[in-house]
Design a protein around this ligand. Structure first.
Ligand SMILES: Nc1ncnc2c1ncn2[C@@H]1O[C@H](COP(=O)(O)OP(=O)(O)OP(=O)(O)O)[C@@H](O)[C@H]1O
Ligand SMILES: C[C@@](O)(CCOP(=O)(O)OP(=O)(O)O)CC(=O)O
Length: 401
């Protein structure tokens, strides 16, 4: 999830951004894409299944990734399995790909980022590509811009680069996932519906019509990127939160400045943001930061575990579940729920109103507005899974299990 937003391309084909951006990779224990790739001389064409449903690989973005990886393939030999594939064979061989996201796809939770990063990583492993994650990121970028940042864990920056061919427009890790381990992330899944305006077409419309866009890319973001890098390296939560929230609000402002206007956040997103703003103001120093991508889901980042439990108590007070099933309402790192002193629906119902609310408390309860919460933290980047039982393709048929 980005904290400095990528929005606007300077090159549509190569997917080169108008400004640099920074993201944090979520812990794959809680949110991840799993991709299995297989090769066989009996496969007659490249095929892919996404969340169990076959989809076309004919789109330019998939073709670009496949071509770039094939061009870097090497000999593969595994005597125990009786496999021998020469470098030049890869051009003729076809692959089967199966990928699952364990979180909503195309709903503004960066599924394209996670998906293309995982796809490029998996294909690179299959074809014994020797490039490091930086070089692979330039390939993932051609699948989806934000994907270049998702091969790495922790906090990651997508550098602009200067080369015409985009070869130096790559992602670099700023700090790894353990560096800032105080940070707790709570995602409010407001909707798992596919969004109306895809990021790709939305940002194109913004570049074409928003008069604020150029000012943002040239004047605002370059300074913010420097400040944000400093804040991350110093684990300076107050600066980090101020910049993250300001970035979110400016991103959605330029969406609104687009013609026709693009609305990604909804009333629920606004309510969550107001709740965090009120709390931060009442304490005097930021306790949590908020950000949304191209959809209404809100990613909240809390200063530390203590702040995360206070945040979760506020969220559950304002947005109680519709059913009594608290277990499927707060998923991921459930220890935060326990630390927040909430075990069941009775605990939710008896949560006291947050002290910063002086007005009529009844006006501040919104049942049924949030589908569920995911508690997580910064996590590692792409990894190779060796446990064959986790494979999504049947080794006999090459089809999804
Ligand atoms: N696991 C995956 N493997 C390969 N491609 C994927 C995967 N998951 C999603 N995608 C691709 O990404 C597309 C969704 O991207 P889109 O930008 O619309 O949504 P998003 O990434 O969830 O949201 P955002 O980038 O705005 O946060 C899908 O239609 C599919 O083409
Ligand atoms: C709002 C964003 O999530 C936009 C992501 O856009 P995509 O990477 O999905 O767009 P394409 O490059 O056209 O595939 C902000 C961000 O991730 O920085």
């Amino acid at each position: 999830m980005s904290v400095i937003k990528y929005w606007g391309k300077r090159d549509e084909k190569l997917i080169l951004a108008m400004n640099e951006s920074i993201s944090v990779t979520f812990d794959p224990t809680h949110l991840c894409t799993t991709t299995t790739v297989a090769v066989s001389p009996v496969f007659d064409r490249d095929r892919m299944w996404l969340n169990g449903k076959e989809m076309s690989l004919s789109g330019r973005r998939y073709q670009n990734c496949l071509r770039e990886i094939r061009a870097r393939a090497n000999d593969v030999e595994d005597e125990t399995k009786g496999i021998k594939i020469a470098k030049n064979d890869w051009e003729k061989l076809h692959v089967h790909i199966s990928s699952n996201n364990n979180f909503p796809t195309a709903a503004g939770l960066a599924s394209s980022a996670s998906g293309f990063a995982c796809l490029v990583f998996a294909l690179a492993k299959l074809m014994n590509v020797q490039e490091d994650n930086g070089k692979l990121s330039a390939i993932a970028r051609q699948g989806s811009g934000s994907a270049c940042r998702s091969l790495h864990g922790g906090f990651v920056k997508w550098v602009m680069g200067k080369e015409e061919d985009g070869s130096d427009s790559i992602a670099v890790q700023l700090v790894d996932e353990k560096y800032w381990d105080d940070l707790v992330i709570i995602i409010a899944v407001v909707s798992s519906q596919q969004k109306e305006t895809s990021s790709s077409s939305g940002m194109l419309q913004t570049v074409e019509t928003s008069t604020l866009m150029e000012y943002r890319a040239k004047e605002v973001v370059p300074k913010r990127v420097i400040e944000m890098e400093e804040a991350i390296k110093n684990r300076d939560f107050s600066t980090f939160a101020r910049l993250t929230c300001a970035e979110n609000n400016q991103f959605h402002a330029i969406c609104l400045d687009t013609s026709p206007p693009i609305f990604y956040m909804n009333d629920t997103s606004h309510r969550i943001i107001s709740c965090v703003e009120k709390w931060n103001r009442s304490v005097g120093t930021p306790q949590a930061a908020y950000t949304c991508d191209a959809g209404p889901n809100v990613v909240l980042m809390a200063r530390d575990r203590e702040a995360a439990t206070l945040l979760l108590r506020r969220l559950l007070f304002h947005f109680p579940p519709n059913s009594t099933d608290i277990d499927s309402y707060v998923v991921g790192d459930k220890l935060i729920l326990k630390d927040a002193g909430v075990q069941n629906i009775n605990d939710v119902e008896s949560l006291p109103p947050p002290p910063e609310i002086e007005d009529d408390v009844l006006n501040y309860k919104y049942k049924d507005e949030i589908r569920y919460f995911i508690c997580t933290r910064p996590g590692k980047g792409a990894v190779l899974l060796t446990d064959e039982s986790q494979a999504l393709l049947d080794p006999e048929t090459g089809l999804p299990k």
